[in-house]
Structure formats: C-alpha cells, structure tokens
Design a protein around this ligand. Sequence first.
Ligand SMILES: [Zn+2]
Length: 156
Amino acid sequence: MLYPKKFGTNPLFPQASDFRVVSKDQSSGDGVLALRSFSAGELVAVISGEIVPDIRQHTLQISANKHLLDLYFTGYLLHSCSPNISVDMQRMTVTAVKDIAANTFLYMDYAETEEVLYKQFPCSCGSENCRGWITGSLEVPAGSRIESNPGSVELA
Ligand SMILES: [Zn+2]
C-alpha cells in the first residue's frame, strides 16, 4: 500500500508492489512508474488523500473549491497531451486508456481534472497532438492570440 493507514484499507488503493514514485528526469521531476502492465480500460487504482480548499502544487481538482492532496500517488502523475490514464475525480478512480507496459510512467492530461493550473508550463510530451503550452481547461494560454472577428476581412 502506497497510502498511509489513515486513508483506510481499500484493497484497490495503489499498491507499493505495483507503483513507485521515481524521478523521471531533471525537467519533469518525479513521476509514477507502473511496475506491472495494465490493459486499456482496466482500473489502475482507487485514489484517496486529504481534501483541501485551494489549489496547491500536487493537488488535483474535485470541484470548484475542493482539491485532493495526495502526496503518495496522484500528486506525482506526469502530464501528457496523449495520456495513458484517465483520472475521474468524482469516482476517485484512475483507469488505463491505453495498454500500459510494465515499467512505464503513468501520464494523465492535467486539463482533464484542472480548471486552473497551479502553474502553466511548456509541454515536451512529444505526442503528435501536443498542445505545447499546458493550462487548465478554463484558462486561456498565456500569450495566445484572441481570434479576430470571423466576419471581418483582413486586408494584406
Ligand atoms: Zn504535450
């Protein structure tokens, strides 16, 4: 069990035999490595943590003013624009959306749960559909151009 006993004893909580929080590299920092394989659609883990009222580094959003602080598992999930897991903050579950080989990092899309990020950042996930600059789902990317009125004609 990765979680302390105070979180409870749900057998579907992430197991220390299945996951390890390890440093990926200097720029990405820590990530969650899956030590075993998962099939697309498979439940990866049921998650838990402390509920806090504000966004912090390592929290995931449950609702407008409820955030999950889990410094044992979800707090270290890395971001990819082409994720291999989906995080459901209402059911408190992590599900594989692709086949995941053993010894692969778990990647979620931060915009799936976060309306506003603790900190926006440039992405280097390398996926074909990489958004380049990662924000929460309700944030306008910093520096992005507001689209001009589609009815207007721009003269060169
Ligand atoms: Zn990306």
